[in-house]
Design a protein around this ligand. Structure first.
Ligand code: NAD
Ligand code: GLY
Length: 363
């Protein structure tokens, strides 16, 4: 049984289909959305080991010509240089404007392959087939695609909505625990920003997610994807509401970049970012002590080992955050479980103290 969530983006509405063991049915869905015969499947070597074979067989059996592009895994590959080499591979294989990119993997592959699709021959369709919890609940939805720059996370990118998102929760069976934790960071985020019931469910059922319970995973993927779809449909280009999806990210992105890409998973950085931002909100009198304690309590049940970080580097990265306006940092702070508010002009000393209270720093 599958669940379909419609993302109602003007001019680019599409479905997110969620189900267990559904890769084999993807070709039928591709026909329905009019995807052409040639598909560049961008993936990484870890994902390819288990999931490329079955997908490729299903696609070829239904008459598609598949160009596999298998990259080395990891955040450090999310660069313009990799974009160039993927484009080279597609050009050499003769993929034209009637071709399509299929991103099979986690958020790194989804962001990178999506950016290739946004720019290759001025744009071709992309189908997102997310294989990590993080990608199924967040990155594969919403059309933000891009790559990192040495000076900042996701600094080069585009909006390019997928033609279809196909989330097979069976893929999560092979996910290492650390990657599950990364995904949980974004799930906890949805609870904090807009879904008190989801937050309470996590407080009671976190173990079911760690145990890879099929029903538990399906619940969190469906619930999270529904929230993201609603927010993106209301504000695709982040002129307003969509900024709430960046809760925990003002600090989180800076921690991730300061640690050096790949050392701290994105979702791990977001967990720490939300912990720190809850402290900032409480110190500013925006969040009650009871809700701060519950937020921190849930986050601390999801183990994250942060390296020692240079405080100056973290603050430097925060100064270049994409949400900043006229050089002023913007935070999306929790005001209660299920509610957030955009806040500017936070005392830098308070930010530094909150960071020091959650991660080991130097400098
Ligand atoms: P990832 O893509 O690096 O995947 C994590 C690891 O899991 C990789 O080593 C991968 O090979 C492996 N893996 C993937 N699927 C697997 C499976 N089914 N079984 C076993 N191993 C598997 O990391 P991620 O956490 O999925 O994504 C993080 C990226 O997503 C970051 O670059 C972040 O910036 C981006 N992101 C983007 C958005 C967006 O809106 N576009 C939102 C959130 C995060
Ligand atoms: N992950 C933030 C967004 O999609 O807007």
């Amino acid at each position: 049984m599958t669940k379909t969530i419609r993302v109602g983006v003007p001019g680019a509405s599409h479905d997110v289909v969620i189900g267990y063991d559904i890769l084999q049915y993807l070709p039928r869905a591709l026909r329905r959305v009019g995807v052409g015969p040639t598909i560049g499947v961008v993936t990484d070597s870890t994902v390819a080991r288990t999931w490329l074979g079955p997908l490729r067989r299903a696609l070829e059996a239904s008459g598609h010509s598949v160009i596999p592009v298998v990259l080395r895994p990891g955040e450090r590959r999310k660069t313009l240089q990799t974009v160039g080499s993927v484009c080279g591979r597609l050009l050499r294989a003769g993929v034209g404007r009637d071709g399509c990119i299929l991103a099979l993997g986690g958020g790194v592959i989804g962001d990178l392959a999506g950016f290739v699709a946004a720019t290759y021959q001025r744009g071709i369709p992309v189908v997102q087939v997310p294989t990590t919890l993080l990608a199924q609940v967040d990155s594969a939805l919403g059309g933000k695609v891009g790559v990192n720059h040495a000076l900042g996370k996701n600094m080069i990118g585009a909006f390019h909505q997928p033609t279809l998102v196909w989330s097979d929760t069976a893929c999560l069976r092979t996910l290492p625990r650390r990657e599950l934790i990364g995904g949980l960071g974004e799930v906890v985020k949805y609870g904090i920003i807009s879904d008190r019931r989801l937050f309470e469910w996590l407080e009671s059922n976190l173990d079911r997610v760690f145990a890879l319970s099929a029903a538990g995973l399906r619940f969190v993927v469906e619930r999270s994807a529904s929230i993201k779809a609603r927010v993106v449909a209301a504000d695709e280009r982040e002129h307003g509401l969509r900024v709430i999806l960046n809760h925990g990210h003002t600090v989180g992105h800076a921690l991730e970049a300061a640690a050096g890409y790949g050392r701290l998973r994105h979702g791990e950085a977001v967990l720490l970012g939300m912990r720190i931002e809850a402290q900032i909100a409480a110190w500013m009198g925006l969040l009650s002590e009871e809700h701060r304690r519950r937020i921190v309590g849930l986050i601390d049940r999801v183990p994250v080992a942060a390296p020692r970080l240079s405080l100056a580097r973290v603050l430097g990265h925060m100064g270049r955050d994409k949400k900043n306006r006229r050089g002023v940092m913007r935070f999306v702070l929790a005001t209660a479980i299920g509610r957030v508010q955009v806040v500017e002009r936070v005392d830098p000393a308070l930010i530094a103290d909150a960071i020091r209270a959650s991660v080991r720093t130097r400098g």
